[in-house]
Structure formats: C-alpha cells, structure tokens
Design a protein around this ligand. Structure first.
Ligand code: GLC
Ligand code: MG
Length: 719
C-alpha cells in the first residue's frame, strides 16, 4: 500500500474531464447538455478522494474557457474543490466555449499541454479519464508517461448511435452531428489502455461495454457513484421550506397536495412528455396530487439550444392542451440547494418521484430521492434496475407504458404503508450502497491492486536529469519521400540547417538504423541531433547515436510478436516484408490494397484475438505493427518531455501514415505536397500546414509559412 504512513508521499490523481462547464462554486448542472451528471460525479469523487489520508492531491483537469457567454469562472486557472483537491484549467484550441462534439480536433493539443503541466507539477500516480474525449487524452498520456490508467465512459458512443439509428435519422447526418466514429475509436483506445474501467451499473458492463472490441470484463468493476447525502437527506422537524415554496407558489392552486416530482434536463430521451400525458389524462392523479417538474436551470429559454427548447416547448404545450394550469409547476432557476429542499418537500407531502426516461445510464436523481426518503417510479431501462434492487424504494416501469406509470404513481399515493416501506428502505439503501465514502473505499482498493502489477514510470525515475540541448528550435522530418525525393531542394534545406546553429535537426523513418544511416550518407544529410527509427520504436541521440534506453525500457508491455506474426500471416493480401525490415518492436508487412482487409478491419481482427498493438498504414501499402507505447508521436513527446522543450518550437514534416501521430498536437506540422492519402484526414486539424511543394521543397515552404527561422507565428491556429 502506498500511504503517507510508510514515509512515502501520498497518491496523486489526475482526473481528466474535458467538456462542459466545470466549476465548484455553484456548479451549473443542467445548464446545457454537456454539463450534467458527469460534472457532478467528477467533482464529488474528487472531493471525497482528497479527504483520504493516503491521498496527497487530486487534480480535476479540464478546459480553460474564456468566453463572456459563460462567465469568468471558467477562465480561472485553478479553483479549490476541497481538502487536497482542486480544478485545474488548461487552455487548448479556441478560447470560446465549444460543445463536446466540436472539441475533437483540439484534443491532441490538450495532450501536449498536459505533458507540460505534468512536467512542471510532477507525474501523477494515476490518470483517470472521464468520457471519450478525455478518455482518448488520458490514454495517450498514460501510454507516454507509463502511468496506470483508469477510465469511466459515463455514456458510450456505440450505444447512443444504435439508439439514434433506430429512429429514421440518416446515418450520415448523425455522424456529422455526433462524430461517432471518432468517439468510438477514442473509447476503444481508452478501453485498450485502461487497467481499470469503472462502471456504475452491471447493465453498463453487460449491455454497453460488451459492444466494444476491447471488452475485458476482468478489468471492469461496478462501483456505483455516491450521492451527496448531506444535500439529499430527510427533512428535519422544523425544516424551512420558505424558498422552495415561494418558487412553486405562482404555479399551484392547492400547494399542500402531495407532489409528483420529476427532475431532468429537457431532452427527448428523458421522456418528460410522457409524464405530462399520463398526468393530463388521469383525473385520479390530478385530484390526488400536483405535478412539479424541474427541467434544468434556465435563464432565457429563447437562448436554449434547439433540441432542449423543443423538449421544453413540448412540455409547455401539453400543459396547455390538458389545461393543467394551477396543478403543474415548472419552476426555473432551481439551484442544487433548492433541489435538495424540493426532494424533502415532496417526501414530506408523501408524494412520488418519477423518472420515465427511455433509457437512464445511471439515475442519480433516483438516489437523491432515496436519500431524501421519497419513493420512486423509474424506467426499467438502465441503472434504475440496480438502484431498485439495492434500495427497494419503488417500482420499475416500461417508459412506453402510460397505464403502468399511472398505476405505479397511484399505488404510492394511495397505499400509505407501502409508501412508508419504500421511503424507509430507500433511506437505508442509499446510505449503505451509494455514499461517496463507500465508493472511494472500493476505488482505492481496486487502484491498489492495479499498482501491484505496475512498474515505476521511466520518466518518473529521477536520477540523471536529461541534458537540455543547446538549440532553441527543432526541425524533425521524415526521411523517405519527405526529406528525400528532390535533390536540389534537399540541398537548399541542408544548407539552411547546417548554417543555423540554434536549430536542431531530427530524422524520422520507418527504416531500421543501419538502413537509415546508409541513405543519410547517400543523400549527404546534415548529421542529426536525434534519430527516430523503425517507425517510432527506437530513439538515438547525437553524433555517437546513443540509444535512449529509457524509451525502449517499457516498450515491451503487452508486446507479443509471435502471436502478431501468426495472426497477420493468416490474412489474405498481407505479405511479410524482408527479414531486414523487421526489428524487435516492429513487425512489417506489405499490403495488397485490392485484397487485404481495410485498416479498421485489421485492427478488429487483432483486437478480437486479444492482441494489444498499434497498427500503422503508410502510403496505402506498408503495414507496421508496433507496441501500444511506441509510435512517432509518443517518441517525439518522450523526447520533448525529457528536454523540457516547448512543442511550439518544433516543426514536424512528414508525408505518410507513420508520420501521422507526430504531426498532431501543439507542434508546427507540415505535410508535404506528395503526401499519401491517409493523411488527408489531418486537413481538419489545427497546426497542420499542407504544403503545395513536394518533398524538401514542401518542408522549405512550411519553414517559411511558420517563420520558423525567425519569429515563429502560427497562422493556422484556429481560434
Ligand atoms: C519504411 C520501412 C518499412 C515500413 C515503412 C512504413 O519503408 O522500410 O519497413 O513498413 O517505412 O513505416
Ligand atoms: Mg515517408
């Protein structure tokens, strides 16, 4: 156990949660579709974890947003959460607020920013990524820094895509709107990298994670989140309900009646329209109770995003159609404290809480109801199953079955003994199964087990400080087809490099060292300060070509070359490259594009065999299989980390698939005019310049474009 008591320092956690609006002071939960349960989950988990004696620090790392539409709080660089826990905001991409689907092109910029942050503040002991976007970033960081990785999906792309394609929406426009391909690939990478996947319910593992290639139930644990039991507690004898009563007063004719309560973001999936219909068509319900629905915190509903506005308008329309004036309240501006008070008021009125969602991944509000002593009627789809099984605090219903919903609510309203039994066992169950304290006990146990299987990260092994080079800038270029291919242009470039003492030079290649050296000699290239060979698996420095042993040290993690050869040998249209092209951590084939399966399919085949490997395709025909922890991008970042070198002073040029990884991020990317088709997808990314010029001519053009030899500027930094 790593604890302060044995003289060691405590554990440091880096939680990464990138989208939405995260702040500790009055979190604006429900303000938009990206600011909901996840934000709450992350903050509450961080707060409880920070309280533990064995924990030294919990950083919740999110995006810094500078945008007057959302206010100045999200621009603060740091904000305390509690004891030993804080929010850290790191800028990346545009300053303005972006919805989560629009963040994808910038996530690699975040990875580089986070590397800089960790270098300054020390490496964390655990990285925990939340949701696909941060999942991707966290996985990259964990691979680079060799830190154990924990992933929580919160909700999953495959599940959402399936649900939406059941409707009649056209797959292409869904893709455009939700970016499923990117999201699902990020989730696969997260699952592949994670030593521990934290799920909230059994259904999440069995029905949801199960749909992924990297499904690995042995690494997945159900650890239900806690509910804030200080905020969601039963009413005290003289509880003061003035504020919440005042918020309901304008709506209700007979405010003392029992309250049927619902609380959800206005969102089609939450199926609130169903509840209005059930209530509107039931004279019994209308006679016995009022309906109080909290639909997010809203200021001006005209400024709402369209989907939410539509869901809200549907609710308002139904109130009018069924003429429910005086019986239905939909107060606005209910903050978390008032929300807690509303649960208690509803419990005091002997009302019921209803969640009719079409699907509910977890159902935090149901636990808040349980913690307040308010029985529930909840959808049978998703998390509520576990909740009702643990707490026995109400009834599960089919969200499409209006009759069943009505009967369940009526039962609570008309059978006082039943109501009391639900209320009591909900109170007990919430405390037993759903406190953050219980969650963190489990969480720390699981983490400790993970540690037992882990070695010290290479970059954390103090000792010899990496010698910082003399130069201020670094030009890194791929060899074949980037540097090579146009002799006069290469000559100009070589002269430029040789004559500028403050610019370092690096060469990257898919070839092996011996082969690369031969070509470098043939081309009369300047002596490189850095040489990265065998597709990002070997790293050498200086004139003596000293090998970076630390880069190779943990590369063999989960690397099973024999099995990879066996799997790829079987595939039609793949031919092993000559023995001279194979090396310890690089397995290379040539693919016949007419016959061989597509890259995505190849990945799937290997994943299904349980092989964890990175597959890289270059120029449509060269296929390299390398370890997860290898690759040109990670190798470059390893180097920058050791040197403490700023990515903005590094120009990276390439032409094909094995260069893709190192082109992404905060470095200055240049893709030469003669590039392979696989790099076209980088056109949407910031900081990648597509030169017209081919080969070295394209590099020269990129140098010019960024003013790399003079005052660096970044014209394509999309802000
Ligand atoms: C070089 C290597 C080859 C590799 C390709 C892509 O051509 O010689 O083995 O597959 O680069 O990285
Ligand atoms: Mg090349």
């Amino acid at each position: 156990m790593i604890a302060k008591s044995d003289g060691k320092r405590g554990l440091r956690f880096a939680f990464i949660s990138l989208h939405g609006l995260i702040r500790m002071r009055e979190p604006e939960l429900g303000r938009d579709a990206d600011t909901g349960g996840q934000v709450k989950y992350v903050l509450e988990l961080a707060a409880e974890l920070g309280r533990r004696p064995e924990v030294e620090q919990v950083d919740v790392i999110t995006r810094q947003i500078i945008d007057e539409r959302v206010g100045p709080d999200y621009a603060q660089v740091e904000e305390p959460i509690g004891e030993n826990s804080r929010i850290v905001r790191i800028p990346f991409g545009p300053k303005r607020y972006l919805k989560k689907e629009a963040l994808w092109p910038y996530v690699d910029l975040f990875v580089d920013q986070a590397v800089t942050y960790f270098r300054r503040n020390g490496l964390p002991d655990v990285i925990h990524g939340h949701y696909a976007d941060a999942g991707y970033a966290g996985a990259q960081l964990a691979r680079l820094l060799h830190v154990p990785y924990v992933f929580t999906g919160h909700s999953l792309g495959r599940v959402k895509r399936e649900r939406l394609t059941h409707g009649d929406a056209d797959p292409q426009s869904l893709e455009k709107k939700y970016r499923f391909r990117q999201r699902i690939e990020a989730e696969e990478l997260s699952l592949e990298t994670a030593s521990l996947v934290v799920a909230s319910t059994h259904q999440e593992i069995e029905d949801q994670y199960q749909r992924y290639d990297h499904y690995a139930p042995e690494r997945m644990e159900v650890i239900p989140p806690g509910v804030d039991l200080d905020l969601f507690r039963p009413a005290e004898p003289n509880e003061d309900f003035t504020e919440i009563r005042a918020a309901l007063a304008p709506f209700l004719r007979e405010p003392e009646k029992p309250i049927i309560m619902a609380m959800a973001r206005p969102d089609e999936r939450k199926n609130l329209g169903m509840l209005f219909r059930v209530y509107g068509e039931s004279p019994d319900l209308q006679r016995l109770a009022n309906l109080v629905v909290v639909m997010g915190t809203r200021e001006d509903l005209r400024k709402f995003p369209r989907a939410q506005r539509e869901a809200l308008l549907e609710a308002l329309t139904l109130i009018d159609v069924y003429d429910l004036y005086g019986k239905v309240a939909y107060p606005k501006g209910v903050n978390p404290t008032m929300g807690g008070s509303l649960f208690r008021l509803a419990a005091e009125s002997r009302g019921m809480f209803v969640n009719p969602a079409l699907t509910e991944p977890f159902g935090l509000t149901l636990l808040e109801a349980a913690g307040s002593g308010l029985p529930i009627v909840a959808t049978h789809d998703g998390g509520p199953r576990d909740i009702v099984a643990n707490c026995r605090n109400g009834v599960l219903i089919d969200p499409h079955d209006a009759g069943a919903i009505e009967r369940a609510i009526l039962r609570g309203l008309t059978e006082p003994d039943q109501w009391q039994e639900w209320a009591d066992s909900g109170l007990a169950g919430a405390r037993k199964h759903y406190s953050w304290a219980a969650h963190v006990d489990r969480y720390l146990r699981e983490i400790t087990e993970t540690f037992e299987r882990w070695q010290t990260p290479v970059l954390a092994e103090g000792g010899r400080p990496a010698r910082r080079p003399e130069f201020e800038r670094l030009l890194i270029a791929d060899l074949d087809n980037t540097l090579a291919g146009d002799d006069p242009a290469l000559h100009d470039l070589s002269e430029m490099i040789n004559s500028s003492s403050d610019v370092g030079f690096g060469i990257v290649t898919g070839r092996r060292l011996d082969d690369a050296r031969r070509i470098m000699k043939d081309l009369d290239l300047p002596t490189p300060d850095v040489l990265l060979t065998s597709a990002g698996t070997e790293l050498y420095y200086g004139t003596k070509l000293t090998r970076d042993e630390s880069w190779q040290k943990q590369m063999g993690f989960q690397w099973k070359p024999d099995e990879i050869y066996a799997a790829l040998d079987e595939i039609q249209g793949l031919y092993r490259q000559p023995e001279a092209e194979q090396s310890k951590f690089k397995i290379s084939y040539t693919a016949d594009p007419e016959i061989a399966p597509k890259l995505a399919r190849l990945r799937k085949i290997l994943r299904e065999k349980g092989l964890r490997v990175k597959l890289v395709l270059s120029l449509g025909i060269y296929l390299d299989a390398i370890p997860q922890r290898a690759g040109t991008g990670l190798a470059l970042r390893h180097l920058l980390y050791k040197w403490g070198f700023s990515p903005e002073h590094v120009l990276v040029a390439g032409d094909s698939g094995n260069d893709e990884e190192m082109l992404k991020g905060r470095t200055l990317g240049v893709v030469v005019g003669n590039h392979g088709p696989e790099l076209n997808r980088l056109k949407k990314m910031p900081r990648i310049y597509f030169a017209e010029g081919k080969h070295a001519r394209g590099i020269l053009e990129g140098i010019e474009y960024y003013g790399f030899m003079n005052a660096i500027r970044i014209p394509n930094d999309l802000a």
